[in-house]
Design a protein around this ligand. Structure first.
Ligand SMILES: [Zn+2]
Length: 200
């Protein structure tokens, strides 16, 4: 990994903390979504990737707005580590994480994006704490972290799969309104205890 990529990741981390601190003063339930592309280098740094990111990240923004969540800040930038988008929302982080996981797993292009959610205290919400399975590899459907660590797939194989995914129509995610909360599986509805334990 080059220094510029490491530097871009450090900057991303610092920026996340800065953004939540800045917005929490205005709205105590603010939370931050950071979107990156789920592609290895050098695919992630290509012009094609920037084009995909513009479209894909906008689709998630629209999903947030369709769920009646207000955005108080958004920014898309292209760093040495690829495209990244920052979205600050007037929503509780756990609720935003459920929406992000739904987008990642149900939207036609969701497999191509990683959506990190940070709460107003600077804590990252992770899938396992909310009862979700780890993400699957979009090439072979094994646990993605295992494929990434073992470099199981060639760039050509991954690129071909990405193009296949992009052939699907990028329709909007269906959200049940106005009671979107009812769309969640039963165990996720009253996760106050879980919430407390990950902060404890
Ligand atoms: Zn795989």
């Amino acid at each position: 990994m080059t220094n510029s990529i490491l530097e871009a990741r450090e900057k991303r981390w610092a920026k996340k903390l800065w953004l939540v601190q800045k917005f929490v003063e205005k709205a105590p339930v603010a939370s931050l979504a950071v979107l990156t592309l789920r592609m290895p280098m050098p695919l992630r740094a290509s012009a094609r990737a920037a084009d995909i990111a513009h479209r894909l990240f906008s689709l998630f923004e629209e999903t947030i707005q369709n769920a009646d969540i207000a955005l108080s800040y958004k920014e898309l930038k292209i760093s040495a580590d690829g495209p990244e988008s920052y979205i600050v929302c007037d929503a509780e982080a756990e609720m935003l994480k459920h929406l992000a996981v739904r987008f990642e797993s149900e939207h036609n292009w969701g497999e191509l994006v990683d959506i990190d959610i940070m709460d107003s205290c600077g804590h990252t919400k992770n899938r396992s704490a909310l009862g979700y399975e780890p993400r699957k590899c979009f090439v072979c459907n094994e646990v993605a972290a295992v494929c990434a660590a073992g470099r199981s797939h060639s760039l050509q194989e991954i690129q071909a799969r990405i193009e296949k995914i992009l052939e699907r129509a990028p329709e909007h995610l269906f959200l049940q309104k106005p009671h979107m909360h009812d769309a969640y599986p039963e165990p996720y509805k009253n996760s106050g205890g879980l919430h407390a334990s990950i902060h404890g």
